[in-house]
Design a protein around this ligand. Structure first.
Ligand code: 5RP
Length: 218
């Protein structure tokens, strides 16, 4: 099975979590796109969706799902999104697509976060995938220096601006043994908007597409 077929299988499995009359949160990336393609077939079920990026909003609108503002919806029953890395404790690194801030907001507002991924994303220790950190442009160098002090090697994501008008530092060489602690440390640096660790609010369900089908971790 190709990695893309595994992503698609995980995305299909997430459709079972969608209930009639709901407004749900929808994430960003190739796995989330498979989920949106699946939603196209059951779109009558949904009252709308909150999108974690402009790209996802466009894709949802194209298939006729109303895109709503989180300020108008209140809490959501369900959020479905991919990840760059995941552990068996359902801690995640996200933000490979640069949508980490809106993703973290939607995750915080959702009762259930179902993460969908191919099985290559499951790791023992987070950090091989460079950890994305969204920064206010004027704080780029300051935050980079502080991250070096924390033992990371930050690299400015080239030619990239987030949907919020900010920059991304991708932090290499981290072996993240305590994701809850590092998430808080990075969030406390002046100029950091969000970092891509989802540990304080991890996923509730991880659906992993693999050669033997879709595995569910809770
Ligand atoms: C976007 C994300 C994505 O969920 C993550 O990058 C995984 O992407 P893909 O589904 O394409 O492998 O966090 O900001």
């Amino acid at each position: 099975m190709t990695p893309d077929a595994k992503k698609k299988a995980a995305a299909q499995a997430a459709l079972d979590y969608v209930e009639s009359g709901w407004v749900i949160g929808v994430g960003t990336g190739s796995t989330a796109n498979h989920f949106i393609d699946g939603l196209a077939k059951i779109k009558g079920k949904l009252d709308g969706a909150v999108a974690s990026s402009n790209a996802t909003a466009e894709r949802l609108k194209r298939i006729g799902i109303p895109v709503l503002d989180l300020n108008a919806t209140g809490d959501l029953p369900l959020y479905v999104d991919g990840a760059d890395e995941a552990t068996k404790h359902l801690y995640l690194i996200k933000g490979g697509g640069g949508a980490l801030t809106r993703e973290k907001i939607i995750a915080a507002a959702s009762q259930k976060f179902v993460c969908i991924a191919d099985d290559s994303k499951l790791v023992g220790v987070l950090g091989k995938f460079p950890l994305p950190v969204e920064v206010i442009p004027m704080a780029r160098s300051l935050v980079a220096r502080k991250i070096v002090e924390l033992g990371g090697q930050p690299e400015l994501r080239p030619n990239f601006k987030t949907d919020n008008g900010n920059l991304i530092l991708d932090v290499h060489n981290l072996s993240i043994l305590n994701p809850v602690e590092l998430e808080a440390k990075l969030d406390h640096l002046a100029g950091v908007v969000t970092n891509g660790l989802f540990a304080r609010r991890p996923a509730d369900v991880l659906l992993l597409g693999g050669d033997q089908g879709v595995r569910t971790l809770t």
